[in-house]
Ligand binder design. Structure first.
Ligand code: FES
Length: 150
């Protein structure tokens, strides 16, 4: 083998060298990632749309601005919030983290499972990191006294 006498042969193995410390660090991160992935999935999820019409008179809590009513569309628990005299927000109560059912806390929603917090319109604002609640279009027909949620 001319050319290699007295010198080390070129390294042809492309496997990266990993020290014990790197292995322990990366192994720990991988374990944490697996735990987080397991914690953040597998629960119920919110559908992208719903089709529901409710009568406001059936939900006295919605008579005043800031009122919150729980309704459901199939297996999807929803919260309707009166945000103004003619405006309403509707969000799924299914927490996007792992499927807990969020509850109204008077100024938004809190998930009882790991503490994620959301605004009345479903925007995540703290606690367990996750995405925002699924929100739905809500149309108010003042003449009929109905809300159509889709
Ligand atoms: S399910 Fe974990 S914060 Fe809601």
């Amino acid at each position: 083998m001319a050319g290699f006498e007295g010198t080390k042969p070129p390294v042809t193995d492309s496997t990266p060298c990993v020290s014990r410390r790197q292995f322990v660090l990366h192994g720990s991160l991988a374990t944490i990632a697996l735990v987080l992935a397991g914690c953040g999935g597998g629960g119920p999820t919110s559908p992208g749309s719903v089709s529901l019409t409710i009568n406001l008179s059936d939900y006295p809590a919605l008579a005043n601005v800031g009122g919150v009513a729980y309704v459901s569309s199939g297996n999807n628990p929803l919260a309707v919030v009166r945000t103004g005299s003619d405006t309403f927000d509707t969000v799924s109560r299914i927490c996007p983290h792992a499927g807990g059912t969020v509850n109204s806390n008077g100024s938004g929603f809190t998930c009882p499972l790991h503490g994620a917090r959301f605004t009345d319109s479903g925007t995540w604002i703290g606690g367990q990191p996750t995405s925002s609640l699924t929100s739905y279009t809500t149309q108010y027909d003042s003449g009929a006294g109905t809300l159509t949620i889709s």
